[in-house]
Design a protein around this ligand. Structure first.
Ligand SMILES: [Zn+2]
Length: 157
């Protein structure tokens, strides 16, 4: 391949994890045609069945080599908004405790979302850069990070 060998078993059957992931994930439509038989009262009734399914198929190896995921920020904000919305409906009927519980829960969600946002801006780019450097050995499964010439620059935000 590219002269790169596995540091564990020295096999040259190595790939970038990004390549493994992209190559192992495909959107496919499969169709199955088969012949089946049903025994009905002394005779056999032949039948033809067809089935088709589609969706994203990912090999186990591709899953293992998946890129890092971002923290869920938008969905957490949505949860906070829902809590506030229903909390405000409750507020009309009074109840100081309920108001504080509502504000507390919504505040907690907003805090979580902001934490996620900060992590996505600070930690995620580094994780992604580290991921782009990750290689995997297809012989022994050893995974490691490797400095690549012309490495992927830090994504600018
Ligand atoms: Zn190996």
């Amino acid at each position: 391949m590219s002269g790169i060998t596995c540091p564990a078993c020295h096999a040259s059957n190595v790939m970038r994890q990004r390549m493994v992931h992209d190559g192992g994930t495909s959107t496919v439509t499969t169709s199955t045609t088969g012949v089946g038989g049903a025994v009905t009262g002394g005779g056999i009734t032949p039948g033809l069945f067809a089935a088709s399914s589609s969706g994203q198929q990912q090999s186990a190896l591709a899953k293992k080599c998946a890129p890092p995921e971002k923290e869920p920020v938008v969905s957490v904000f949505v949860v906070a908004a829902i809590i506030l919305f229903f909390g405000l409906l409750v507020m009309e009927s009074g109840g100081v405790v309920r108001i504080w519980v509502t504000l507390g829960l919504a505040g907690f969600c907003v805090f979580g979302a902001i934490t996620g946002l900060v992590q996505n801006r600070t930690e995620y780019p580094a994780k992604l850069v580290a991921y782009e450097r990750r290689w995997i050995c297809l012989t022994c499964g050893h995974a490691w990070e490797r400095e690549t010439p012309g490495a992927v620059p830090l994504p600018t935000l």
